[in-house]
Design a protein around this ligand. Structure first.
Ligand code: PDD
Length: 286
């Protein structure tokens, strides 16, 4: 059984409790981060910590006083649960006032709720899916407009995964005004004539921590990068396609809406980027 963290305490998962009035539960009024663990160490921790502050600020939530040492809590959970490879999930909500109310509670009296737990995934780096690539469908992006804030309102992404499952594929890429925004829980990329193309940052997508690292490594390796919109038709005519996230790292996409991408197998660029990402991130892990 896992040991989890709730509001300053380390507890067994079946002893951890949150109020029924918690605004995360009633209103999806909360933010989260997922940080991967390789070799028992945290990948891109500083990036996740920075984005967490950005999400909290965007929603006028104070940084929780019970969490002065974010890195220390992450490390302690990795240690207590002996995680070699996997993820740490962190969620902070606006807390539990004593009744349901649309108006934000006073932050002086209602403390945020902080929950962290680990997920063991022994095959995270050595993923079988990364060897053969995944298939996606395109769906209309019907999420709210502030996707740059990492909130826990994941109902539409969850519905997207179900649509993908019903279509017999692995994931969905969301499309808005004719252009791909991102995957249900990852950023989306195509490669054409050795140029890596991915949507530019804005409120339409989450500013992926893996995205930032991968683009930096690509530029360092003298690969060309273009941050701009692209369509599903352009993606289907691309040489390669892939996604990035803390839980998939760099993952090849070999089919979009039934059309094979390139030869329908992971290409040279994505394969190289995954290798570079894993190697560099392991070196910089804390
Ligand atoms: N998802 N876009 C969306 C909509 C996401 O939910 C995620 C991450 C990303 C990639 O961000 P990063 O590289 O920082 O993980 C892009 C996490 C993994 C999740 O919800 O489980």
């Amino acid at each position: 059984m896992r040991t989890v963290y709730v509001n300053g305490e380390y507890l067994l998962e079946n002893e951890a409790k949150v109020s029924i009035f918690d605004r995360g539960f009633l209103m999806a009024d909360g933010v989260y981060e997922v940080t991967s663990v390789l070799d028992g160490k945290l990948i891109d921790f500083a990036g996740h910590a920075k984005r967490l502050e950005r999400s909290l600020n965007a929603l006028d939530m104070p940084h929780p006083a019970v969490l002065p040492d974010l890195l220390g809590v992450h490390r302690e959970l990795v240690r207590l649960n002996a995680v070699e490879e996997g993820m740490i999930y962190l969620q902070i909500t606006r807390g539990a006032p004593d009744d349901r109310d649309f108006v934000f509670p006073d932050p002086e009296t209602t403390m945020p709720t902080v929950v962290l737990f680990t997920q063991n995934k022994p095959d995270l780096a050595n993923s079988p899916a990364a060897k053969k690539g995944i298939k996606v469908i395109s769906i209309k992006d019907q999420r709210w407009a502030r996707r740059d804030i990492k909130t826990v309102q994941l109902l539409f992404p969850s519905m997207g995964k179900m649509m993908a499952k019903a279509a017999g594929v692995d994931d969905a890429w969301m499309v808005e005004d004719g252009a791909v925004t991102e995957g249900t829980s990852n950023n989306a990329y195509i490669v054409k004539d050795n140029t890596i193309i991915t949507r530019h940052l804005g409120s339409e997508i989450l500013h992926g921590i893996t995205r930032a690292a991968v683009l930096r490594f690509a530029k360092e390796a003298q690969m060309k990068v273009e941050e701009r919109c692209f369509t599903i038709a352009e993606a289907q005519a691309a040489d390669e396609a892939f996604i990035t996230s803390a839980s998939t790292f760099v993952m090849p996409v070999v089919e979009i809406d039934g059309e094979a991408i390139g030869v329908g197998e992971p290409g040279a660029v994505v394969t190289r980027l995954r290798e570079i990402y894993l190697e560099e991130s392991r070196k910089a892990a804390v």
